[in-house]
Design a protein around this ligand. Structure first.
Ligand code: NAP
Length: 195
């Protein structure tokens, strides 16, 4: 089985954005060292435009070949006129309201989200599935998340959009697999789920 990895940017207090989901305050940490790391280690998870900006638009996929995001997150690209924001990946958007996909490279999942994700995980591929967020779809898929990669920015939000929206209280244990700290105070931690 390949993994579903939720890779997400968070404040120190665990919010993925302000109450509306906006995380632009984190952009102030995009310095040379950190951007270099994103370009070399996380190119798969960058939108097409960012890959282009960093000169890695032709980089082969090394960790992921598939992305899943919620409709509200996809809307942010649509608002900028971008219908295929992660052109290097197979793209799925969860939505019960988008009846037709705006792009032939983006498939809408309207029903049985968990079942569809399980089927994707069961596919024979060396590369994993990138759960991009946001909060709502992450909450809906919490039981399916096999790996967490948290890009933790040294900012406290006080309140905001949680990492897993709408999830019921339940303790789930994860095992720390790597930590990388940067000069700007950003820390990237990776965890595998204990099954
Ligand atoms: N910090 C980060 O790394 C990061 C990463 C990604 C996103 N974000 C932020 O997260 C915010 C968006 O998060 P969000 O929680 O509002 O929305 P979201 O998770 O992106 O999308 C929620 C939508 O997904 C669809 N959906 C959810 N569960 C579903 C299911 N079981 N079956 C079918 N469709 C389902 C629904 O779409 P319909 O309403 O169309 O049915 C729902 O309204 C954005 O502001 C973005 O900036 C932050």
């Amino acid at each position: 089985m390949r993994k579903l990895t939720y890779l997400v940017a968070c404040s120190l207090d665990g919010y993925i954005g302000d109450p509306a989901g906006d995380a632009t305050s984190m952009l102030t940490y995009l310095d040379e060292e950190y951007l270099g790391h994103l370009a070399t280690e996380h190119a798969d998870t960058l939108p097409t435009q960012a890959r282009r900006g960093l000169g890695v638009d032709d980089a082969p996929n090394t960790r992921f070949d598939t992305i899943i995001q919620g409709r509200a997150s996809y809307d942010l690209a649509l608002k900028d006129g971008i219908t295929s924001p992660y052109a290097h990946l197979r793209q799925y958007v969860a939505s019960r309201t988008l009846t037709e996909s705006p792009d032939p490279d983006v498939e809408i999942i309207a029903e049985d989200l968990v079942g569809r994700v399980r089927a994707l995980k069961a596919e024979d591929s060396a590369l994993d599935i990138y759960l991009c967020g946001g909060s709502g779809i992450a909450g809906a898929l919490l039981d399916e998340v096999d790996e967490l990669v948290i890009k933790s920015y040294p900012q406290v939000y006080g309140s905001g959009m949680p990492m897993f929206g709408g999830a019921a209280f339940a303790v789930t244990d994860f095992r720390l697999t790597s930590v990388r700290a940067f000069g700007n105070g950003v820390v990237i931690r990776a965890y595998d789920r204990k099954r």
